[in-house]
Design a protein around this ligand. Sequence first.
Ligand code: NAD
Length: 481
Amino acid sequence: MTSTSAITIARGDGIGPEIMAATLEILTAAGAKLQIEEIEIGEKVYKRGVMSGIDDSAWESLNRTKCFLKAPITTPQGGGFKSLNVTVRKSMGLFANIRPCVSYHPFVRTTQPIMDMIIVRENEEDLYAGIEHQQTDNVVQCLKLISSTGSERIVRYAFEYARTQGRRKVTCISKDNIMKLTDGLFHKTFDRVAKEYSDIETSHMIVDIGAAKIAAAPHLFDVIVTENLYGDILSDIAAEVSGSVGLCGSSNIGKNGAMFEAIHGSAPDIAGQGIANPSGLLNAAVMMLQHLGQNEVAAKIYNAWLKTIEDGVHTGDVYAPMVSSSRANTAEFTQAVIARLGQEPRTLKAARAVDGKTNTRPAMPVINLPVRGDKKLEGVDVFIHWREGKVELLAAALNALNTDLKLASIDSRGLLVWPDAAALAEDSDHWRCRFKAEGTATHAAIIDLLQKINAAKLDFVKTEHLYSFDGTRAYTVAQGQ
Ligand code: NAD
């Protein structure tokens, strides 16, 4: 017998309170064993001057229950407010975003009748670290950071998820034909970890063709694992194609807890009218019940909800004259689901509760730092802000410096311009000047180089060390080199 689980809920803004009330009514009617604590988040909290949109006292509850069912909030524009989602994600260590995208054809309109995929998105690193700098008048940069530990954690989680949910295939999506080190690490990690899951079929796709296939042939996919930015884009494409943006829930799984929410926002345009569709939050709650081990209640609710959709009881956002039998408001839809608890869908695939003894919560991966490699310093890239004429003049000035590290090449945003120009370089003010040592470089030699660059009144805006690890070059070369 399952025991009662403590959870924290927040009713949020806009339609949030309406869809949360509907969801809780269905959970209660289905017999979910929950001890509910309530916290306040969003607009009211922001308006009290709490820049994160969540009070310190709310954390006491979240730290205790480690399980958060969250209704959407309205994000205030401008004014230095911090994103509540980012704060919660960081504090709870939510490294995985899980979004099922399912087609409910022919009961919900979609261009793709066969679609039942889960997107597992890395949630903590990649370009979303938000490390950006302006370096010159002309150039800004955003750092893409991918770690071995972060990649292994999400990839292992995806395989564990596939196993516990009875899924057969995991597809890795990256762009390692272009980003050979960052996306290369993600892809290599996938290949390495995949060897431990020989019961699961694997494949890899480059993100551009992957996105096209999700849109045009989603039946090819089962579980997808991908990096943060690609996951953000792909999960929206998938939800849109499934025709069920308003029906999608998602879970965010972390080291210090888990958060469950609908993928849509607070829909202020229809707030207070009692017509919002509670399905997104309800499906998130179904994921929460699975996470809590209450699989039978989860399946009971999901099947009743499928039957409601099949019977054509649809809220206004899903309503279509040929497929819907009635246009329900939130309360009518909620009662329709409750009335069908214990029933199963006839056409759509029913959920099967996994045997109560089987744990459907994927194991939390324990990841160690990679073994220390044999790291050798070979040189340095010095990025220089310079707009004083032809690049040959810059090369001459740098060659005139009496340093141990010698100028090897100059490129402009990755395109070689000196000593041989790969193509006619556009005017720029941002030059990556690569200096190499004859043998091993030293930090002292780099400092000496920078001092001499400074003395020559050249404006260096960034440096990046060039290393090899275990004898393999661990930096890319410019296009044309
Ligand atoms: P939205 O998802 O709230 O609404 C887009 C459209 O879909 C609207 O026409 C709305 O009426 C409709 N819609 C959304 N959910 C619905 C539902 N359950 N039933 C019926 N119709 C529904 O997106 P938006 O208008 O761009 O954003 C509104 C606010 O929500 C913004 O402040 C935004 O920042 C916030 N937001 C919050 C979250 C979150 O808390 N996780 C996510 C996205 C957006």
